[in-house]
Ligand binder design. Structure first.
Ligand code: FE2
Length: 480
């Protein structure tokens, strides 16, 4: 089933509930938001971190009337992009109405302790709002004692919270809290991993997953509060839920709404990726700041090296043309695609200007630079530079790009299945190295093999590190 943007539609599996998705403006700075209309209650999942989104939600609520219905705001977790603008002035969401805010205990703690890492406030340069939530979801006590409680929230609203557990075939315990009252019923699943407070909500056959499905992504895995084992257990739990509990639509915190089949595919990939993942470093604010400085240093030096390489090649081309060696002169002249490198460096200049004017966050700088360095690496590998360019400059440039990739806070993870560096010394016999390299190519770990000087260089896949096999230069320089 597909859901229509910014329109009311029935919630699958619950004839009395309707949902209004706001998923077309989401970025890394702003999450999706969902409004749900039930007979006894209005619900907003993740109002987000933009004034415009808060105003949209308020307008939708106003247009419906029913101003006597309370509004329950469910937060999937306490990250900036899901709730900060709302939490800074909650009453703006539904002026004059009874408003209730619910989130998991660890999120409440992080917000109250003004934890700039766990909330993401440090990464986004944001102030943490003061909060006083009405409902603490899935607390450690509730999970341990399977407690039930009845909250009288004023204006005659009575909310019943009952906690139960389900054991899945994976051997995991799933903690679920049932939130029910007059004319509404919602399930809250404890789903840590992306963050310690991550919670997934179910209304009818519709699952609101927040960022739980992003836990294996680059730039997300390794964030402070992220946990590999919890992410894996949560992914298994969600897979089990989608496959066994009649879930037909999955509504994430970022990106499009998914059918159950799409969600199953995504969760299966996530499980295999998480299984192979190990933490390299945590994506903390100091690590991001250090990486942003490192990125700009690399960009500046790379620009100088590429300019020096290009100048030296065009000088040689000039002398060759004087000597009437036209084809050789052309080879030197066209070895470096100057225009493409210039485009990359123009993008770096734009990044530097935005950074200086305070319009760019360090984490965005690091991720953007990473992509540009990746592009630069590809241009270098595509250039025919062997034996004609200064090897020491080439090696320095390659090392700088490799060092950044290894040290950068934006790549906090490694996948165990991808060998990091293969270095084999074989005296006078290149055959075993070639066979090994070929086996990597057959397994899809590498795209291309080529001889560079005395080394057999193996171009790895986009997301795999470079493999190198050290062997003596072959008699004839040919691809393996
Ligand atoms: Fe998040």
């Amino acid at each position: 089933m597909n859901m229509e943007q910014r329109a009311w539609q029935p919630v699958p599996g619950n004839d009395e509930a309707h949902v209004y998705p706001i998923v077309d403006g989401a970025t890394i700075f702003l999450s999706n938001a969902y409004i749900i209309r039930m007979p006894g209650l209005m619900v907003v999942v993740d109002p987000g971190d933009a004034v415009s989104q808060i105003e949209t939600i308020r307008r939708v609520l106003d247009d419906l009337g029913n101003s006597d219905k309370p509004v329950l705001v469910l937060l999937t977790h306490c990250h900036v992009d899901h709730c900060f603008e709302f939490l800074s002035a909650p009453a703006r969401l539904a002026p004059g109405r009874r408003l209730l805010v619910a989130l998991q205990e660890e999120g409440i703690k992080a917000l109250k302790l003004k934890d700039r890492e766990l909330t993401g406030a440090g990464r986004f340069h944001k102030m943490i709002p003061d909060i006083d939530p009405d409902i603490c979801l899935l607390s450690a006590d509730a999970r341990e004692f399977r407690s039930s409680e009845c909250l009288r929230l004023g204006d005659g609203i009575v909310l019943s919270l009952t906690t139960e557990t389900i054991t899945t075939p994976y051997g995991n315990t799933v903690y679920v809290q049932n939130l029910s009252g007059s004319g509404f019923g919602i399930k809250a699943y404890y789903s840590p991993g992306h963050s310690p407070d991550s919670t997934v909500f179910q209304v009818g056959d519709l699952l609101f997953t927040g960022d739980a499905l992003l836990a294996a992504e680059h730039f997300v895995a390794g964030l402070p509060g992220w946990n590999k084992n919890d992410s894996l257990a949560t992914a298994q739990n969600l897979l089990w839920l989608v496959e066994n509990k009649g879930i037909s639509v999955v509504a994430p915190g970022h990106g499009s709404v998914l059918t159950s089949d799409q969600a199953v595919g995504k969760l299966q990939k996530m499980i295999s990726r998480l299984t192979a993942m190990e933490i390299h470093k945590t994506f903390t604010v100091p690590a991001i700041l250090a990486s942003s400085e490192h990125a700009m240093d690399v960009a500046r030096e790379a620009r100088d090296i590429v300019a020096a390489l290009a100048d030296s090649l065009s000088q040689t081309a000039h002398y060759l043309s004087i000597l009437d060696e036209k084809s050789e002169a052309d080879r030197y002249d066209s070895a470096i695609n100057r225009k493409r490198f210039d485009d990359v460096f123009a993008a770096f200049n734009e990044i530097a200007t935005s950074m200086q004017s305070g319009r760019l966050l360090e984490m965005v700088l690091v991720t953007n630079c990473s992509m540009l360095f990746f592009k630069m690496g590809k241009l270098l590998r595509a250039a025919e530079l062997e034996h004609i360019a200064d090897r020491s400059l080439l090696i320095r440039l390659e090392r700088m790009l490799d060092d950044f990739r290894e040290d950068s806070a934006c790549r906090p993870i490694r996948l165990q299945t991808e060998p990091e560096l293969i270095c084999i010394a074989i005296n006078g016999d290149r055959l075993p190295a070639a066979l090994l390299a070929n086996s990597y190519q057959k397994r899809g770990l590498v795209r291309r093999l080529k001889w560079l000087g005395g080394r057999l260089v193996v171009d790895s896949r986009q997301d795999a590190p470079r493999l190198m096999v050290m062997v003596p230069a072959p008699m004839n320089r040919t691809d393996v």
